[in-house]
Design a protein around this ligand. Structure first.
Ligand code: SF4
Ligand code: ZN
Length: 306
């Protein structure tokens, strides 16, 4: 049995990108230090702020919620509030919502849920039946709005999301392959406020997905590890394979993609400023949304009018 590089306990993981074997104690210690470093880099200043935690009930968001609770609990003037979006996906979301309710109850964190049904009168399951648009395309647009609504009604200064290193590296790779400078400029973490948009921080963005799973298990956190029945995004799946292939031939490739984004973003001019408010729901409209409706209202009216 391989033992930990720092003590005699058995190793529970081998971090190929840094060549370390670590036991559970030293792995969790490294993870907590890494999250602290990442938050400092993202200019996280909890004092006097209300921090929204995007909580789906999956491993990443549950782990993030627990770690942020540990970091913020001694800061009396900071407030955490968990924000959950219920898309209306039967056989999937109800279980994870129960997990989200359970962990917020255990940690004593306020929890607010906003559903697609509350917003549009329809569950995602129902919307998907009525259109040929991709479920993830509809979901992504409505979810972005739902998180903004949740952040506004809870007076959040920032929102922390549970994106891990694999998610982040895939997004950078997609933006590079489509030469999408606008998305590159808008991709979080946002160290400063953006007009009409609550800044997003990503505490787990330098932690690989297999490690968030391991950490959640080691910490005994309740997690929902089923896949969404609509997660058949072929493009994202191919990009995931590509990034994993790069990581296999060059350990650390995912970190390099993250560093690339951090180096390039300050050089890319920011576009997409707010041009007004949606005539239907009042949410901000960005220049590139076009028209007098926000993207979410436009997608809903396209689906329901058909
Ligand atoms: Fe929404 Fe697609 Fe994620 Fe399912 S996989 S929750 S449909 S974005
Ligand atoms: Zn709208």
């Amino acid at each position: 049995m391989t033992s930990c590089d720092r003590c005699n306990r058995p190793s529970v993981t081998y971090l190929r990108y840094s060549g370390q074997h670590l036991c559970s104690v030293h792995y969790l210690d490294l993870l907590r230090r890494r999250i602290g470093k990442e938050l400092r880099k993202q200019k996280f200043k909890p004092r006097g702020t209300t921090i929204g935690l995007a909580l789906s009930g999956g491993k990443d968001s549950v782990l993030m919620t627990r770690l942020l609770w540990e970091i913020v609990r001694s800061v009396k003037s900071a407030k955490l509030v968990a924000l959950s979006v219920d898309e209306g996906i039967s056989d999937y979301r109800p279980t994870s919502m129960e997990i989200a309710k359970g962990i917020t109850r255990d940690l004593g964190i306020d929890h607010d849920i906003f559903s697609f049904r509350e917003d549009t009168g329809h569950d995602l399951d129902d919307l998907v039946e009525r259109t040929n648009l991709s479920p993830c395309g509809i979901c992504g647009i409505l979810r972005r709005k739902a998180l903004n609504v949740l952040a506004a009604r809870n007076h959040c200064d920032i929102i922390c999301t549970g994106h891990n290193l694999d998610d982040y590296a895939q997004t950078v790779m997609m933006n590079v392959l489509s030469a999408d400078l606008d998305r590159m400029a808008r991709l979080g973490p946002h160290e400063r406020p953006l007009p009409g948009f609550v800044p997003r921080l990503m505490p787990l963005r330098s932690t690989p997905e297999n490690e968030t799973y391991l950490a959640a298990l080691l910490m005994g956190l309740p997690i929902h590890d089923r896949e969404c029945p609509y997660s058949i995004d072929v493009r994202r799946a191919r990009i995931r394979d590509l990034v994993l292939l790069a990581e296999e031939s060059q350990p650390g490739a995912r970190h390099s993609l993250l560093n690339f984004q951090d180096k390039v973003r300050p050089l890319v001019p920011r576009t997409g400023s707010v041009s007004g408010n949606c005539g239907l729901c009042g949410e901000p409209i960005f220049n590139d949304d076009g028209g007098k409706m926000c993207k979410a209202c436009r997608v809903i009216s396209d689906i329901l009018v058909r």
